[in-house]
Design a binder for this molecule. Sequence first.
Ligand SMILES: Cc1ncc(COP(=O)(O)O)c(C=O)c1O
Length: 371
Amino acid sequence: MTTGFVPPPYPYDRLDGFRPLAEVWTGGLVDLSIGTPCDPPPEAVVTALSTSDSERGYPPSIGTAALRRAVRAWFDRRFGVDVPDERIAACVGTKEFVATLPQWLKLREPWRDTVLYPEVSYPTYEMGAILAGCRAVPVPVVADGSFRIDLDAIDEQDAARALLLWVNSPANPTGAVDDLGAAAAWGRRHGVPVFSDECYCEFTWEGSAHSILEHGLDGVIAVHSLSKRSNLAGVRVGFYAGDAELVHYLREVRKHVGMLVPGPAQAAGVVALDDDGHVAEQRTRYRDRLELLAGAFERWSGVTVPLPAGGFYLWFEVGDGWAFTERLAREGGALVSPGALYGQAGDRYVRAAVVQPLDRLKLVAERLGVS
Ligand SMILES: Cc1ncc(COP(=O)(O)O)c(C=O)c1O
């Protein structure tokens, strides 16, 4: 019998009981629970996977020169920010980066022990703190229903102990778009590095896309992924960039761990990053799906389903997120995520990821009698 760490159930495994309820429908389950892209990446990206001639040797942990050049060019094109190559490094998708980061930061500053993250957010921010034996301290969101992070609510003592603050804009699951300049300023004022998870930035609906790096590189790190931008979640390419010392430290420690994006994946990442056309197409797909599904859910349930400020999730208040999830599985054959998976403050909400083609969403609307 172990008395040590016991991993909690993986959030999405908690939905397994709902699947059989939806699977009985002709046409099967329409899975809107996990934010896993369903659309194809560009053909040239897939070709690059098999033609890079990079299978034999170990790939550089920090990312190939070509990948870091492509990242630099993308930051410049997208945000007008010049990020020197040595302030950029690769990660194996961003989930591993998020989950392992606190342990590396704690080794560097053992006198600090706290990870700050938005109280309704991607569960791996909290899990990374737990895996490092740190205090996971959720930061409240503002009370106006926008779910933006409330930096003023951070306790000074927690700030003094903080290894980092996570922000995520546009946010999963809420779609909130935060003031990244305010987050950077908060971090610099308190001497706390701010890690800005920007993996949904290409799907910003209100205003234009932003990176925290627009507010200077010092004391901040932007974290990006090609999983959502380029439908490459299966290939595992992410990158982080910003503060010189932090990037240098993380690059070095991650080399020792053997965090390597496979060479063919890095080559594919270059092709994906160099192309903005497929991202524009994907934006249109998500927008159409968000609008269709929001309308169908509103007509069926009578609750308001707002369109998000960013991202590809509908996030709406239903009263009891678990009960709504069960009812939708039974009556619509669709699976969504109860908001409690993203923090207790989300328990009156559900999240629906529009990662199914339009005809599958129309099928759900038909089943619900609101097509
Ligand atoms: C907010 C957020 N950050 C990071 C990730 C991790 O994505 P990946 O590991 O594919 O880069 C996800 C995936 O859903 C996410 O929603």
